[in-house]
Design a protein around this ligand. Structure first.
Ligand code: BDR
Ligand code: CA
Length: 324
């Protein structure tokens, strides 16, 4: 089976870490690079979390980690540390001799897609700043990307950081709109509401089963996700949320997608009240579509993919402090 070449653009905390694990361990994935963008938690903590994730998979140093934009294009950075803590459950490792790639994430996106035009699939699971800057720097960039899968927005539904806005689009709404207007050939969007809440949220009994698989990966998973499930339950979300790993999984395993449709997606950039809100216009409105929005996923099959991945035995390259 030919593996699918991917780049993961990430604000690494909690489910972003799970996504990197899937990119490293799913037999269908060929993870070529990790590009970092400002989002969930402090930037340097995110970078540390990415290396920690490579380490627990036994792949430390094997995939380049490119440091990207440290703030949104226009706005102050706003974090989700209240949701994720440090995003790694307090785990750490000795980082002596662990290096980031010397090339900036935006330059890496431009170079990698120039070296393999039409071949690479980008999984964007943080704010879209790096992709917007790459688009502004080189207007031929979008046409060189095979597909772009975005975790962002809600399908005319609830937000999670404000009543109307999902976090990734809220943090950098201008970047999101630049990317949605850029003409990427194959854009797929996994929204927060309804698909994440309905099909990628694992209630306690399911979550506990994943945590109890008895592997280093499962113990790591629990530490990543414990803070977030506590937060989610405190705000009425019934379980551990996995929008980012679903965004990768739907590319690797298209049979997961039970319903999707073409939409015209736009993001609010001017109203303070609804900043970052996504409008998703379906065919009735006669607008030219710019994305395929995932509407329904086989939740049991998605859970099975994460379960299979977390069941794998790996040997962390370096000891991880805080992990039993
Ligand atoms: C998104 O925000 C982040 O906290 C998650 O990693 C996900 O990408 C959900 O709104
Ligand atoms: Ca994310």
């Amino acid at each position: 089976m030919a593996r699918i070449p991917i780049i993961i653009d990430t604000d690494t905390a909690q489910d972003d870490c799970v996504t990197i694990l899937l990119g490293l361990l799913d037999p269908a994935a060929d993870l070529r690079a990790i590009t970092m963008v400002a989002g969930n938690v402090g930037f340097d903590q995110q970078v540390a979390n990415a290396h920690l994730t490579l380490n627990v998979a036994g792949r430390l140093g094997e995939v380049p980690v490119h440091v990207g934009c440290r703030q949104p294009v226009l706005r102050e950075w706003s974090s989700a540390e209240d949701v994720h803590g440090d995003g790694s459950g307090g785990l750490a490792m000795d980082v002596t001799g662990v290096h980031n790639a010397s090339e900036h994430a935006v330059d890496a996106l431009l170079r990698l897609t120039a070296e393999a035009p039409g071949e690479l699939n980008i999984i964007a699971i943080g704010p879209l700043t790096n992709l917007a800057v790459a688009t502004v720097m080189d207007r031929t960039f979008p046409s060189r990307v095979k597909s772009l899968s975005i975790m962002g927005g809600s399908n005319n539904g609830r937000g999670n950081i404000t009543p109307s806005a999902e976090f990734n689009f809220y943090v950098d709404p201008e970047a999101a709109q630049i990317v949605l207007d850029a003409g990427f050939p194959d854009v797929r969007i996994v929204p927060w509401d309804p698909v994440t809440l309905n099909d990628a949220t694992f209630a306690r009994p399911q979550y506990d089963r994943l945590c109890a698989l008895g592997t280093p990966l499962a113990r790591f998973f629990q530490r990543m996700c414990d803070a977030t499930i506590d937060y989610d339950e405190s705000v009425g979300v019934d379980g551990s949320t996995h929008p980012d790993s679903l965004t990768l999984a739907q590319l690797l395993h298209p049979e997961l997608v039970l319903a999707s449709a073409a939409y015209r997606v736009d993001v609010e950039t001017t109203s303070p009240l609804t900043r970052g809100m996504s409008t998703m216009a379906w065919d009735k409105f006669g607008l030219a579509p710019n994305a395929t929005v995932v509407e329904k996923v086989d939740a049991a099959a998605f859970y099975g993919i994460l379960e299979a991945m977390l069941s794998r035995q790996t040997t962390p390259v370096r000891p991880i402090s805080g992990m039993n």
